[in-house]
Design a protein around this ligand. Structure first.
Ligand code: AMP
Length: 613
C-alpha cells in the first residue's frame, strides 16, 4: 500500500465520537502506521509495530482502543506502559484529545515522583485508561491499589527504550499480572532480541506492522535539519525566513487547523503567506497556487495531501515545520522544490524525540541531512539593520519625497530641532508596529534540560550534534551503554556524585530511569555512570537549571535519596573532612566539638533529610 492509497479515517470503522474528535483536530488522513494498525487493533488482535515517534503511533493505538471502550465501566480497560514520565503525560494527553467527544472519559497518568496520595485518590475515582511508567505501575499492583481484573489491552510503547532503561523485567512482571485473555500491542522503533523474546512469549499471532521506507533519491536539494531546542518553532521559522534568500516557500504542517493558524501568524509578521489544505475545493486550491506562481503569495502553509502535485518553479525552499510521518512523505514534500532544473533547499524541524525518524529518513533516502545553525539574534539583527538602511535609500527615490521633504522642513522651522533627531523620531514611527531588533528573550539554545515553563522541550544545542550514519544508529541501538556515551559526544558534560551505590543494590538502569524521568533530560544525554560502594557518579549535561538540580536532590532510587551534588564540590568537601580529621580542627561554623554530638546524629543543626515527595 502506498500512502496515496491509504483509506480515510471514516473508512476505518472507528467509533463516531472518535471520528468527531479527529474532524475537530483537523487530521486529514491516517498516517501509514495508523492505516495498518487500526484494523487489527479494532478486531482485538495482538500487534507488533515497528515505528518511531513522529509516525503517529500514539493515535495508531489510542484511536482503536478508545473506539472499543466500555464507557459503562470505570475499571481500567487499557494500560499503556511508557519508558518515561514525559511520554506517559504526552500519551495521556493524546488519549484525552482523541476522547474529547466521549463524555465521562477518564485517563490517568501514573509515574514516579508524583504525589502518591493524590494518585491513590485518582485511582479510587476510576479511570478507563492508565498510562504509566513500569516502576510506579508495579508499585500500585503490589499495593493492590490498581486493579486490572477488567483489563482488555496492554500497550507497550517504546519497548526498546524501556529495555534500554532497565525496565524490561518490570514490564514482563506487569504482563504476568494481567488477565490471560488481554490483547497486547507492542510498539518499538527497533526490535533487538530481548524485545523479540517478549513479543514471542506474550503476543499471540500478532499482526506485524512495519513501515518499510522505500529507498528514493532526491537530487539537487540541499537538506538540513534543526533540532527544536530553546527557540520556539515559530521564532525559528521567522529567523530562517529573515536570513535565507528565498523566492517561494512551502511550509509543511500536520493539520488543516495549523495551516490556517500558521499562515495567519506569518501574515501578521509581514509575510505574504496563505494556507492550503484538504478542506479547500479545487477552485480555491488552484487560485491559491496561482497566487504563489505569480508572486502575490510567497509562502504556502500546506498539509501533505493539499500539496500533492504542486509544481511551481519558484519554490526555492521547503520547510518541514512538522516532521513527515515517513521517508516517502518526506521525499514527496521536498520534491516540491528543485523543480525545472533549479536547486532547492529543504529544512526539517526535528523534535529531540523524533531523531530516530530523521535517521530513518536519511537511511532510506541514502542521503545525509546535515545540521543547520539557526541564524543568531545578532545575525538577524545586523541583517535587519542593513535592510532598514536599504529601505531608507529606496524611500529617497519615492514619489512622495518632495511632499515629505517640505513637511519635515516645516517642522524644523517651527521647532528648531536637530534634523538628525527628527530623522530618528521618524524611524521610530516607521518601526512602531514591529521592533527593528529582536529582543534578547533569554531563550537562545540552552543545555538539554527541560524548560520548566514549556513542558516537553528538551534542549540541545543543534550545532553540537555529531552527524552519524544510519548504520551507526542501528549499532548504537543494540548497544545501550555505548549509545549513551556516543550520544553525549560533543556536549559539555559535568560529573555529579549521587548518594546511592552498590550496597544499595542499584543498577545503572535505575539511575538512568530516575534521572530521565525526573529531570526530563532525554535519557540519551545521560553520560557515563560509575558505581562505587556507597555512592556513584553520573555525567549529565553541564548547566543544569537550578530547579532541576534542586528537584533531583529529592529523588529516591532504591529507597535512597540521590542527594546529587557536583563531583568537584563533593571532592573538596571530602578533602576538607580528611584534613580536619588529621589535624583535629573544628568544622568551620560548627559550634560544638564532634565528641559532644548526640550519638548517631551525623548532621548537627542541619535539619533532617527530606522525605520523598
Ligand atoms: P506520535 O508519533 O504519536 O508521537 O505523533 C506525532 C505527531 O503527529 C503528533 O503531534 C500527532 O498529533 C500528529 N498526528 C498523528 N496522527 C496524525 C494524522 N493522521 N494527521 C496529522 N497529524 C497526526
Amino acid at each position: 500500500m502506498t500512502s496515496d492509497s491509504y483509506p480515510a479515517f471514516a473508512d476505518l470503522a472507528l467509533a463516531a465520537p472518535v471520528l468527531d474528535a479527529l474532524a475537530r483536530i483537523g487530521y486529514e488522513r491516517p498516517t501509514p502506521i495508523q492505516a495498518e494498525s487500526i484494523p487489527p487493533l479494532l478486531q482485538g488482535r495482538d500487534l507488533l509495530g515497528t515505528a518511531q515517534t513522529g509516525t503517529g503511533k500514539t493515535a495508531a493505538f489510542a484511536l482503536p482502543l478508545l473506539s472499543r471502550l466500555d464507557m459503562g465501566s470505570k475499571n481500567p480497560q487499557v494500560l499503556v506502559l511508557t519508558p518515561t514520565r514525559e511520554l506517559a503525560i504526552q500519551v495521556a494527553e493524546a488519549f484525552q484529545t482523541y476522547a474529547a467527544a466521549m463524555r465521562g472519559f477518564h485517563v490517568l497518568p501514573v509515574y514516579g515522583g508524583q504525589n502518591i496520595s493524590v494518585q491513590l485518590r485518582q485511582l479510587r475515582r476510576g479511570a478507563h485508561v492508565i498510562v504509566g511508567t513500569p516502576g510506579r505501575v508495579m508499585d500500585h499492583l503490589r499495593r493492590g491499589t490498581l486493579q486490572l481484573d477488567d483489563l482488555e489491552t496492554v500497550v507497550l510503547d517504546e519497548a526498546d527504550e524501556m529495555l534500554r532503561m532497565g525496565f524490561i523485567d518490570d514490564v514482563t512482571w506487569i504482563l504476568e499480572h494481567t488477565p490471560e485473555e488481554r490483547q497486547v500491542a507492542l510498539f518499538s522503533a527497533t526490535m533487538p532480541p530481548p524485545i523479540r523474546r517478549v513479543a514471542n512469549k506474550y503476543l499471540r499471532a500478532p499482526a506485524e506492522v512495519k513501515i518499510v521506507n522505500r529507498t528514493t533519491t532526491v537530487e539537487r536539494t540541499e537538506q538540513k535539519y534543526w533540532i527544536v531546542s530553546g527557540v520556539h518553532k515559530l521564532d525559528a521559522l521567522t529567523r530562517i525566513l529573515e536570513a535565507e534568500n528565498f523566492d517561494g516557500i512551502i511550509v509543511f504542517v500536520r493539520t488543516k487547523t495549523l495551516t490556517a493558524e500558521l499562515a495567519e501568524k506569518l501574515e501578521a509578521r509581514g509575510y505574504a503567506a496563505a494556507a492550503i489544505n484538504g478542506d479547500m475545493n479545487q477552485q480555491q486550491r488552484e487560485r491559491t497556487i496561482e497566487r504563489l506562481k505569480n508572486g502575490k503569495t510567497d509562502i504556502l502553509v500546506a498539509t501533505d495531501v493539499a500539496a500533492r502535485g504542486i509544481d511551481v518553479t519558484r519554490i526555492s525552499h521547503v520547510i518541514n515545520y512538522d516532521i513527515p510521518y515517513d521517508a516517502e512523505a518526506y521525499v514527496h514534500r521536498i520534491g516540491r522544490t528543485g523543480r525545472a532544473g533549479r536547486s532547492g533547499k529543504a529544512i526539517l524541524f526535528v523534535a529531540p524525540r523524533e531523531r530516530r525518524l530523521l535517521r530513518a529518513i536519511e537511511k532510506s533516502t541514502r542521503q545525509a541531512i546535515t545540521p543547520m545553525e539557526l541564524p543568531t539574534r545578532e545575525q538577524v539583527n545586523s541583517r535587519r539593520i542593513e535592510q532598514f538602511k536599504v529601505s531608507i535609500t529606496e524611500a529617497m527615490e519615492g514619489e512622495q519625497m518632495p511632499f515629505f521633504h517640505d513637511l519635515v522642513q516645516q517642522y524644523l522651522d517651527e521647532t528648531d530641532t536637530d534634523p538628525q533627531q527628527v530623522a530618528a523620531a521618524l524611524a521610530c514611527l516607521a518601526q512602531r508596529d514591529r521592533p527593528l531588533l529582536l529582543a534578547d528573550t533569554g531563550t537562545a539554545e540552552r543545555p538539554p534540560f527541560k524548560d520548566t515553563g514549556d513542558r516537553g522541550r528538551t534542549k540541545k544545542p543543534a550545532e553540537k550534534r555529531r552527524v552519524e550514519s544510519a548504520e551507526d544508529t542501528e549499532k548504537r541501538q543494540t548497544t545501550p551503554r555505548h549509545k549513551r556515551r556516543e550520544e553525549t559526544e560533543g556536549i559539555d558534560m559535568e560529573r555529579f556524585r549521587i548518594a546511592v551505590g552498590r550496597i544499595h543494590d542499584v543498577k545503572p538502569g535505575d539511575i538512568v530511569g530516575a534521572i530521565a524521568n525526573e529531570a526530563d533530560s532525554d535519557s540519551v544525554y545521560i553520560g557515563r555512570i560509575a558505581l562505587y560502594d556507597d555512592y556513584s557518579t553520573v555525567e549529565l549535561p553541564a548547566g543544569m537549571p537550578r530547579e532541576v538540580f534542586q528537584h533531583l536532590k529529592k529523588v529516591y532510587v532504591r529507597g535512597q535519596s540521590l542527594r546529587i551534588e557536583s563531583l568537584d564540590k563533593a571532592e573538596k568537601r571530602e578533602k576538607k573532612k580528611s584534613v580536619r580529621k588529621k589535624t583535629g580542627a573544628k568544622k568551620p561554623g560548627g559550634k560544638k566539638p564532634a565528641r559532644t554530638k548526640p550519638a548517631g546524629r551525623k548532621n548537627p543543626g542541619k535539619g533532617k533529610p527530606k522525605p520523598p515527595k
